[in-house]
Design a protein around this ligand. Sequence first.
Ligand code: ATP
Ligand code: MG
Length: 588
Amino acid sequence: MSSTKTPILAASNFIRQIIERDIEQGTYATRRWAGSPGDAAYQAAGLPDPAKIRTRFPPEPNGYLHIGHAKSICLNFGLARDYDGVCHMRFDDTNPEKEEQEYVDSITDAVQWLGFGWEAFGTSHLYYASNYFDFMYRAAEALIQSGHAYVDQQTAEEMRANRGTLTEAGKDSPWRNRPAEESLALFREMRDGKHADGSLILRAKIDMAAPNINLRDPAIYRIKRATHHNTGDKWCIYPMYTFAHPIEDALEQITHSICTLEFEDQRPFYDWLLERLVEAALLAQPLPKQYEFARLNLTYVVLSKRKLIELVENHHVSGWDDPRLPTLAGARRRGYTAEGFRLFAERIGVSKADSWIEYTILEDCMREVLNISAERRIAVLDPIKLVINNYPENQSEDCFAPNHPLKPELGKRVVPLTRELWIEREDFEETPPKGYFRLTPGGLVRLRYGYVVKCTGFETDADGKITVVHCEYLPDTKSGTPGSDSIKVKGNIHWVSVNHAYAAEVRLYDRLFKEAHPGAGDSNYLDDINPNSVKTIIAQLELSLKEAHAEDRFQFERHGYFVADRKDSVAGRPVFNRTVTLRDAWQK
Ligand code: ATP
Ligand code: MG
């Protein structure tokens, strides 16, 4: 298996229970697999399937993947990994109008970035549903021939009117009982381009009085003159999604077809269709089964493709990979980790009931992972100068900062101390509030990894804004030397030597929406955009950060987790993005 093994113990859930039961009962043990997708005859000639289960992730390549998709990816690829199966990467590209190569590339990138792959049992399992058009056409003809489908020529309005309602049965189309040969001839004419778009439609013949409206003779093939990215102008008829999807699953010998709850009402048609095609000897048994889980709804973001497109196209954000967007491309630039997403998917689990997940749960997962993996560095985000007046002008001395408090094996690095330092503006207060333990006139504080200093004064500009703070250091107090803690201080502040600093662009990102449920009620979600979702600053960083490579991640001590931007960083001049603060500052 090429999927990454994560040391996360998967909690059980209803889908895992179904799979375990199926494996125990050998529900799928008789399946054969000829090495690629195909019909009953083709698969029958194959070997017993080495995969215990087959799942799939079937995005339509018409947009960028988002955090909701990550839930589905982790679920489907994770199940395949845990049960000696394989998860197929399938592009559901049967709709000719919207697909683009750019989306295909970004989707494969995102899935691999999350740590999953589709190479298993010696082959790749990346498929395009449009490669099944020939079979789908054959299946449609078979349904017509067996009396299970007919060509309807009612207008769209007539069909809508005759569909009935939730409480009223629909009415049979006047064309419903036309002879199979007539439907077949018309269907072939549809294929051959003899009819205008929308003038005829192929429908399954099930039951116009079915309580489930999806069984009232659903449309399965339509006429649509459109150039398809894969098949070009070969076809002017295209299958409907509800017809195509079960067939794709069956040709790929999928065992557990997992989708979101809104497809629950489609399940009877899914089963009906595949059973008819087994009767026609086109598909092999055992058939795939569909299971539904609740889609991810996350507070403070929008996960609808339409809204994401609008945010990008109307320049509310800088592009699909804007670090504030919930796209996986954006999350990656923001510094979110694949491991954090896998942890998140495990933690939220899968259920049968729709609910909202708090955004802080996702952030906590990122913090947990980064706390373990990210090395510590020092950064002064809002610098003012601190001058140590009793320290020699041209002296520089080594202080030692641990790279990771939980991993002493990562060692320490040198941070040079000099007479002039950058400290955070908020680490000095002329008139300190109660409980303030940092620098104040006459007060003592420890320069982290360095000396205890005593504040001796400060300078202001014409507006009274503090420009420089003065202090003196106590020579016997250097961290790590004997007796250094003979003088006890409550405060401990970080600093960077003015002569050894890297002045870098740092982007402080915040939530894109200020409301937990953007656009709730009758409001427009665009009105809920947070006007302060990014602040770009020039910060003073310790010099070692100048050598950071794109996507290197760090904890800037006391500030949070930051990543070198993968797009805007150049060698020797990385730009940093704040991934997440150390604690949840939002709820304050
Ligand atoms: P659209 O909104 O255009 O229907 P979609 O968000 O369903 O698109 P697809 O490309 O069809 O996007 O999705 C691929 C897979 O990802 C589907 O199997 C779908 O169930 C799953 N998926 C999409 N959104 C979510 C979500 N919010 N939570 C969990 N799974 C999701
Ligand atoms: Mg969809």
